[in-house]
Design a protein around this ligand. Sequence first.
Ligand SMILES: Cc1cc2nc3c(=O)[nH]c(=O)nc-3n(C[C@H](O)[C@H](O)[C@H](O)COP(=O)(O)OP(=O)(O)OC[C@H]3O[C@@H](n4cnc5c(N)ncnc54)[C@H](O)[C@@H]3O)c2cc1C
Length: 257
Amino acid sequence: MNIYVLMKRTFDTEEKITISGGKINEDGAEFIINPYDEYAIEEAIQVRDAQGGEVTVVSVGTEEAEKQLRTALAMGADKAVLINTEDDLEDGDQFTTAKILSEYLKDKEADLIIAGNVAIDGGSGQVGPRVAELLGISYVTTITKLEINGSSATVVRDVEGDSEVIETSLPLLVTAQQGLNEPRYPSLPGIMKAKKKPLDELELDDLDLDEDDVEAKTKTIEIYLPPKKEAGKVLEGELEDQVKELVNLLHTEAKVV
Ligand SMILES: Cc1cc2nc3c(=O)[nH]c(=O)nc-3n(C[C@H](O)[C@H](O)[C@H](O)COP(=O)(O)OP(=O)(O)OC[C@H]3O[C@@H](n4cnc5c(N)ncnc54)[C@H](O)[C@@H]3O)c2cc1C
């Protein structure tokens, strides 16, 4: 089975995020594998171990993404590919990323492509479905279970807490939802082996693409942090008085009743 994982390097949203010049400040930010892509990598490894084949992890980004690609190799992926846009592109959006990925994938005869359901930074959830559309293959999003039997697949997807079971066929792109599996940590032997595994680097030229082919379709006007929360009010005194005060505040301050 020929399996590809789409992996994005993201900043860790658990860390404090600052903005300067309309952009998220990358200095001092921690960078990680997008958490949903960790589920994707784990699932790809499990499918390969059960069915045979090879797992290739692909990322569009700068050479800094090599670190996260090496981590994916240390988890157990076989090969990694970095499509480095640093010298060619300044701006990009979901169209850009999906177009580049689909051009890379179009002649790879992938049986299964696994992406994350959403990137925790950009958060649009568009890249996976866009890649499938561009490749003309089926896709199922937010999956929590995947069973492959020959050239058919049974997929369970999360629908806002409910489950939907879908029968489909390969080639297939799925996007991973939390609960799909428990991603493994890279082991020490895994980390050692990863150093020798292939990590290829490509540029737009290698994909016969130039800047115009992947020009962003959208423009980000502004990025800003949510407004600071105002301090809450703690009511004191007898319960009956607190209730009266609360109702009064709901009328006069919050103006919700
Ligand atoms: C050249 C270039 C310049 C950019 N410049 C900016 C910028 O200035 N400001 C800005 O905010 N954003 C920039 N971006 C990022 C871009 O706008 C989006 O973050 C990106 O297209 C993915 O959208 P998303 O984050 O909503 O991911 P989603 O669609 O939510 O991601 C879903 C899944 O798609 C896959 N995926 C997403 N991105 C990648 C990737 N890069 N490589 C491999 N798989 C991926 C992963 O599996 C991920 O889990 C740039 C992108 C490119 C290519």
